[in-house]
Design a protein around this ligand. Structure first.
Ligand code: SF4
Length: 361
């Protein structure tokens, strides 16, 4: 197996240090009648504007439910991208984080793409500034550049391939089989997992997800002892010592499918807590246990719920449908370069039948 080369570029500052992790927003609690009225107003606005909600598994359950009730879609990043291109809506309203809205706009330049708030970003995106990343790529011109979807449009425009966690392994396997050396950015944990599984020659950017990095191996080990029959489901943005204890390592969609298909009654889940809404919906008889984040070595910046995903709420969803002031705009020259590696991923997925199509879920 090829040894991973962890190459920390000489950044002027580590982007992670500059990053401001937001506190969980405190939206006023809504009573049932208030919430129903708000959802009805949003439904009306969506109809009037031929707008479609596309929500990620990590956003609030009310938003996921509303997307499904209104003919929209709840999915992982790969399926969100695919759904946007198949929808005939004039407006896509992306409930998630900014790179998801940008990906929707890159693939659908003719559509208006709104988000409840453009301030919802991602520690991986923030930790991979386009200028420094481009210089890193320039320093390794013999490498194929593979970037995770959790990056800016500018970083995607500098890449050869975009991947999501659903499709990272087969794409890197494919490139490795062709003898290509790979630059991987930005998530070092996912990159290391992919490197271990494929044996590919990979240079890893030094980025991390503030949610998944909080899962601790020793704390997970304690919970496993308390629940010896539970299956352990882990997203590969988690550190190695957590991944190594998993029964299933996979994307959000793959973890949801594991809860449905595995015979276990209990599951310990190491990914963002927003995923529990969909898991409960599809497997209400199963018991879900959040993998621990607290304890020695944890900073609990997010406590297993992404602070940027948490910025999405019914209240600012209604606001943006009235004001249209949180709209994604992307420079056309960047968009034209960024669409190439995204489309390459989508074509790869389609040719190999990878990923769950909406109508076959
Ligand atoms: S959960 Fe992590 S990877 Fe996902 S959007 Fe939040 S910070 Fe980014």
């Amino acid at each position: 197996m090829t040894t991973a080369a962890i190459d920390t570029p000489d950044l002027e500052t580590r982007a992670r240090d500059r990053m401001q992790v937001p506190k969980q927003p405190e939206w006023p609690a809504l009573g049932d009648a208030e919430k129903t009225a708000l959802k009805d107003r949003i439904k009306q606005l969506l109809r009037e504007q031929n707008a479609m909600l596309v929500a990620h598994y990590y956003v609030d359950g009310d938003l996921q439910a509303l997307a499904e009730e209104t003919g929209g879609y709840v999915a992982d990043s790969l399926e969100m991208a695919r759904f946007g291109t198949e929808s005939d809506a004039d407006t896509l309203v992306v409930c998630g984080v900014r790179f998801m809205g940008e990906t929707a706009k890159i693939l659908n330049p003719e559509k208006r793409v709104l988000m409840p708030t453009l301030a919802a970003t991602c520690s991986l995106d923030e930790g991979c500034p386009a200028g420094a990343f481009s210089a890193f790529c320039d320093a390794h011109p013999d490498h194929t550049v593979v970037v995770y979807a959790n990056t800016s449009a500018e970083v995607k425009a500098r890449s050869d391939w975009v991947v999501t966690s659903s499709i990272a392994l087969p794409i890197v396997e494919y490139l490795h089989a062709k003898g290509e050396k790979i630059i991987w950015a930005p998530d070092k944990h996912l990159g290391h997992y992919v490197q271990r599984m494929t044996g590919a020659d990979m240079l890893l950017w030094d980025g991390a997800c503030v949610v998944h990095e909080e899962f601790k191996g020793f704390a997970l080990d304690r919970v496993r002892r308390l629940h010896p029959d539970a299956a352990v489901l882990v997203h590969p943005e988690s550190p190695d010592e957590v991944v190594d204890q998993a029964d299933v390592v996979g994307s959000t969609t793959q973890l949801i499918k594991a809860v449905q298909s595995m015979p276990n009654q209990e599951f310990i889940v190491a990914t963002d807590a927003g995923i529990f809404w969909k898991m409960h919906q599809l497997a209400p008889e199963k018991t879900l246990i959040a993998a621990p984040t607290a304890g020695e070595g944890a900073t609990c910046e997010s406590c297993a719920h992404c602070p940027w995903m948490a910025m999405n709420a019914l209240q600012n969803l209604e606001q943006v449908l009235r004001s249209h002031d949180q709209e994604i705009h992307i420079d056309e020259a960047i968009r034209q370069r960024a669409v190439v590696p995204i489309q390459r991923m989508l074509d790869f997925a389609r040719e190999r039948g990878i990923g769950a199509r909406r109508d076959s879920d």
